[in-house]
Ligand binder design. Sequence first.
Ligand code: PRX
Length: 649
Amino acid sequence: MSEVYDVPARVREGSPNPMTTMDGYRAAYAASMDDPGGFWLRETKQRLQWMREPTQGLEGNFHEIADGPVRWFGDGELNVTESCLDRHLLDRGDKVAILWEGDEPGDVRRITYRDLHREVCQAAHALRELGVKKGERVIIYMGMVPEAAVAMLACARLGAIHSVVFGGFSADALRDRVRDCRAQIVITQDEGLRGGRPIPLKETTDHALVGEDSVEKVLVLKRTGADVGWVEGRDVWWHDAVASAPDSLDAVPCAAEDPLFILYTSGSTGRPKGVLHTCGGYLTWTSYTHQNVFDVREDDVYACVADVGWITGHSYIVYGPLCNGATTVMFESTPMYPDPGRYWDMVERLGITVFYTAPTAIRALAAHGDEPVRRHDLSSLRVLGTVGEPINPDAWIWYHEVVGNGRCTIVDTWWQTETGGHMITPIAPATPTKPGSATLPVPGVLPLLLDEKDRIIRGPGQGRLCIDMPWPGMARTVWGDHERYVSVYFSLFPGRYFTGDGCRRDKDGYYWITGRVDDVLNVSGHRMGTAEFEASLVSVEAVAEAGVVGFPHPIKGQGVYAYIVLQPGYEPGDDIETLMNQQIRKEIGAHARVDLFQFVPGLPKTRSGKVMRRILRKVAEGQPEALGDTSTLADPSVVQAIIDGAKSL
Ligand code: PRX
C-alpha cells in the first residue's frame, strides 16, 4: 500500500480559497454534481468580467454531441482580455503580471498589468491595421518571450482566433497548421533563444509559407537581431507596427461560445487535429482550477515552466493566472542551462512560491543528484505541481523531499489539451497525496472507468478512463471537422467522452493514470502520434514499412521504438537510421526522434493485413513472454525474428 502524505500545516495556513479541507472539497464537489449549471454560473459570474452576464448554464449533452457542441453560458457576452487585463487596472495596475526570465540567468523583465494592458492594446491595433478581424485565424510561432502572450491576448482582444505552434515544430508541420486553419497572419520572431542556442523561427516560417496563399502578413519580433530574409509587402517588424500604435482599444464583444483559440494536437492518425476552445467556458475553467488547485494567493510568485506552445502554457501561464490577477513567470530557457541548478537558482532569485513542471524534467534533474538543489534557498516554495505524464513514485518523492524539503504539497495534475484545464488533481491545501496518484476529480468532473467488456467499474478497479458529463473547459469541436471530434472522443463509448488514457481507482477512490491506451505517445511530456512517425518514416526511399510504438524510458517516460522493413536492395545501417531521424525532424520537428530502430523482415500482420501492434509493443517493452495469442498471424515466423533482434537502451 502506498504511503499517504498529509498536507503540511504551513501549506494550508492562511489560504484565502474556499477548499482548504477535504470537507470543503466534498461539499464543492457535491454542489457541482447536484446542479452543474447553477454551480458554474455562480463561479463564472464571480470570476469573469462579462459584458452581458449569462443566465444559461449548460445546454446540450454527450448523447446529442453529433448534432452540435455543448454550450456553456450561451447567452453571455464577454471579451476574455477584460477579465485578464482591464479589470485589474484599478487595484493591480502596478502589480507584476508577467515576470519574464530570459535565456541568460538574471535577464529579467517585469511587466505590470498596466504595461501588459497597453502592449496588448497596441498589438491589437497593429493586427487590426494588418487586416485582422473577428473570427480570422492568426498563427503564433514564437519562443518564450512576453510578446507571445501579448500576441495571444491581442488576438483575443479583437475576437480573432489564435493558434500557437510550438517553436520546435518544423516548416512542414507549421505549413500543415497554417493550411488547416487558413491563417491570415503569422506572428513570429527573427530567432528564438534556448540554452544559448538560436532557433531560426523566421527562416522556418519563410520555408513553411512558400506557396501558401492564405497568409497576407508576417509580423516579426526582433529578439536576437540576426539577419533574416525579408519578403517586401508581406513582412512587418513588430517594433514598427506595435510601438507607435495607440495604447487603448475597446475590446470586441464575443459570445461566450465564440472560438478563443485552436491548438493542434496529435491523435491516432497521421494528421494533427485542431482542438477548439471557446471564450466563456475555457476562461471559467482555467481561472477556477488555477486558483483552487494551486491555492494561488495575492502575493504569490507563480511559475509554470511549460512552453506557451502547449496547452499547459495557454491555460496556466497565460489565461488562468492573468484572469486571477496573479504574477505569472515566463521562462525562456531550459532546466539545464547553464547547469542543472537553473530552476532552483530562479526560484531563489525570484522568490517563487508555486512551481509547476513536468515529470521528465524532475527525473532529468534528479539524475544530477541533490547538490544543485541544496545549494539554493528554496524556502519560498509552498506548492509543487507536475503535469504531462504519469510521475513515478521515486521522482515524486525526490520532488517532495529534495525540492520541497518535505515542507510543500505536490499537485499531480491530470488533464489534456482537450479538457482545457485540470481534471483529476489534488486541491493543494485540502487533498492528502499519494506518490504517483493524481488523486481526486475537480468539482464538475465525473470520471468513469470501463472494463474490457465496456462495463462500468464501480469501486476499485482498472479500466479505460471516460468523463461522463460536460464541463465548462472542454474542447467544443475539432476545427472544421466536427465529425472527427465526435468519432475520436465519443464513438467508442457513445454518450461519454473517452480520454484515451488507462486508469486505476484504489479503495480510497484515488485515481492512478496508467498512460495512453491508444496510439498516442507521450515522450518527455510531448504528445505525438505513432501514425505521424510512421508516415514520416515510410516517406524515406529505403523504407518499405514502419511500425512505431512506445517503450518505457528512464528519463523521457516513453521512448520511441521503430520497427523498419527496408525496400529490397537496402541494407540496415547507421546511415539509414540517421536519414530516418532527419526525415522525422523535417516533417515533425526537433523534439521528435526515434530512440531505437529495429530492422525486421516483416511486420506481424493478421491475414487481413492489419498490423498486430500489441506484439510490437510487448517486444519493445521487453516482455516477449507476454505476447499472447499469435496464431492468427499471416506469417508467425516474423515474430521470432522480432524477438531475436529486439533492441534495448
Ligand atoms: O496521457 C495523459 C498525459 O498526457 C496526455 C495529454 O497530453 P496533452 O494533451 O499534450 O496535455 C498535456 C498537458 C495537460 C493525457 O492523455 N498526462 C497529462 N497529465 C498527466 C498525464 N498522465 C498522468 N498523469 C498526469 N498528471
